[in-house]
Design a protein around this ligand. Structure first.
Ligand SMILES: Nc1ncnc2c1ncn2[C@@H]1O[C@H](COP(=O)(O)OP(=O)(O)O)[C@@H](O)[C@H]1O
Ligand SMILES: O=P(O)(O)OC[C@H]1O[C@](O)(COP(=O)(O)O)[C@@H](O)[C@@H]1O
Ligand SMILES: [Mg+2]
Length: 322
C-alpha cells in the first residue's frame, strides 16, 4: 500500500501551544508510517506550494516556544471557491490526502470547505480566546490567562501604591473568558464582559463605592476586548468619583510566551487524536475537549454550536470581590 501523506498548518491568530500541536502531529504521523508536510503561513502555503516535508527532528525543541514555527496568516484568497479548488488541487499534486488545521472558528470553516473539495481536514482549536463553542478549552488559553494574570498583578502593585483605580483590557474578541478568569484571579472589583449586559453606575461605580466604605482604596477593573472603551471608562470614573484612574490595554503580550504545561499537554493530546482520525480516513471533524476529555465531533455540528458563558462563575466573582 502506498505511503499515506498528510499535512499540518496553523491559521488565524497564533496561540502559545500551537508548536506543541504541530510537534504532536508530525511525530504521531511519522510514528504511524505517514509522510508529514508542514505548510507555511496558514492556507496561503497551500496556494503557494510553500510546504516542507518534516522529519522527527524538524520539530525538536519547539514544544516550549510561543508563536508557531509554521507561521500563520489570514488568507482572503483561500476563502473563495477558486482558492479552495487551488488548495485542494495542490494537496492532490503532492499526494496529501489529509490536513490538520490548527486555528480558530474561521480556520474550521476553511477546513470544512477543503474537506468538501476532497481533502480530509481535521480541526484543532488553537486560539487564546477560548471562543470555540464545541470545546471547553482551546490551546493557548491557559498561557494567555496566566500572562494576563501576571500583568494585572503588576498593575495592582502600582495602583495600590498610588491609591488609584486601574482598568485593564484583556483580549478575547467577542468572548469574555480571559476577562472572567483573570478578573477572579486578581480580585477585580468589577469585570465587564460582552456576554453580560452592564450598567456603569450599578456594575462599576456602585461596586467601587461599596468597597470604599469598607476601607478599600485601590481598585482593579478588568474589561474584555469585546466591551472595550477603557479610556472612556477611566475618564468616567475619575470625573464621577474623583479617583485617579489609569487604563491599560494589554494587547499582544497575551499572545506570546512559552506555553504553560496545560497548553503543551492538551496540544499534544489533540495533535495525536487528529492524526488518529486521518489514519482512519476521516475528515470534516474537530478535536475538542468535553468534561476534561479529548473528543472529536463533526465540523458542521461544531460550527453550529453556541457558546455558553459561565454565568455561575461570574456570579461567584461578583459575590466575593467586595
Ligand atoms: N467561510 C470560510 N470559508 C473558507 N475559508 C475561511 C472561511 N472563514 C475563514 N476562512 C479561512 O480561515 C482563515 C482564518 O480565519 P480567521 O477567522 O481569521 O481566524 P481564526 O481561525 O483564528 O478564527 C481565513 O483567513 C480564511 O483563509
Ligand atoms: O492579531 P490581530 O490581527 O490584531 O488580532 C487580534 C485578535 O486576535 C486574537 O488575539 C486571537 O483571535 P483568533 O485566535 O481568533 O485569531 C483576539 O483576541 C484579538 O481580537
Ligand atoms: Mg477566531
Amino acid at each position: 500500500m502506498a505511503q499515506k501523506s498528510i499535512a499540518v498548518l496553523t491559521s488565524g491568530g497564533d496561540a502559545p501551544g500551537m508548536n506543541a500541536a504541530v510537534r504532536a502531529v508530525v511525530r504521531a504521523g511519522i510514528n504511524k508510517g505517514m509522510r508529514v508536510y508542514g505548510v507555511y503561513r496558514g492556507y496561503n502555503g497551500l496556494l503557494n506550494g510553500d510546504v516542507q516535508e518534516m522529519n522527527l527532528r524538524s520539530v525538536s525543541d519547539i514544544i516550549g516556544f510561543g508563536g508557531t514555527m509554521l507561521y500563520t496568516a489570514r488568507s482572503e484568497e483561500f476563502a473563495t471557491p477558486a482558492g479552495i479548488k487551488k488548495a485542494a488541487d495542490f494537496c492532490r499534486s503532492i499526494d496529501v490526502s489529509g490536513v490538520v488545521v490548527i486555528g480558530g472558528d474561521g480556520s474550521f470553516k476553511g477546513a470544512r470547505a477543503l474537506t468538501n473539495a476532497g481533502i480530509n481536514c481535521i480541526g484543532i482549536p488553537g486560539t487564546i480566546d477560548n471562543d470555540i463553542a464545541c470545546s471547553e478549552y482551546t490551546v493557548g488559553f491557559d498561557t494567555a490567562m496566566n500572562t494576563a494574570l501576571q500583568m494585572v498583578d503588576r498593575i495592582r502593585d502600582t495602583a495600590q501604591s498610588h491609591d488609584r483605580c486601574s482598568i485593564v483590557e484583556v483580549m478575547g474578541r467577542r468572548c469574555g473568558d480571559i476577562a472572567l478568569q483573570t478578573g477572579i484571579a486578581t480580585g477585580a472589583t468589577a469585570i465587564l464582559v460582552p456576554e453580560i449586559p452592564y450598567n456603569i453606575e450599578r456594575d462599576v461605580i456602585q461596586r467601587i463605592v461599596n468597597t470604599q466604605k469598607t476601607g478599600k482604596k485601590h481598585f482593579i477593573i478588568v474589561v474584555a476586548e469585546g466591551v472595550g472603551k477603557v479610556a472612556e471608562l477611566a475618564n468616567y470614573i475619575e470625573n464621577r468619583l474623583g479617583i485617579e484612574t489609569r487604563a491599560t490595554i494589554l494587547g499582544h503580550v497575551q499572545r506570546g510566551g512559552s506555553p504553560t504545561l496545560r497548553d503543551r499537554v492538551v496540544a499534544s493530546e489533540m495533535g495525536f487524536r487528529a492524526v488518529e482520525l486521518l489514519e482512519k480516513n476521516l475528515g470534516n471533524r474537530v478535536v475538542a475537549m468535553k468534561d476534561g476529555k479529548i473528543i472529536d465531533l463533526d465540523i458542521n455540528e461544531a460550527l453550529d454550536m453556541q457558546r455558553v458563558f459561565d454565568e455561575d462563575l461570574y456570579k461567584i466573582a461578583m459575590t466575593i470581590s467586595i
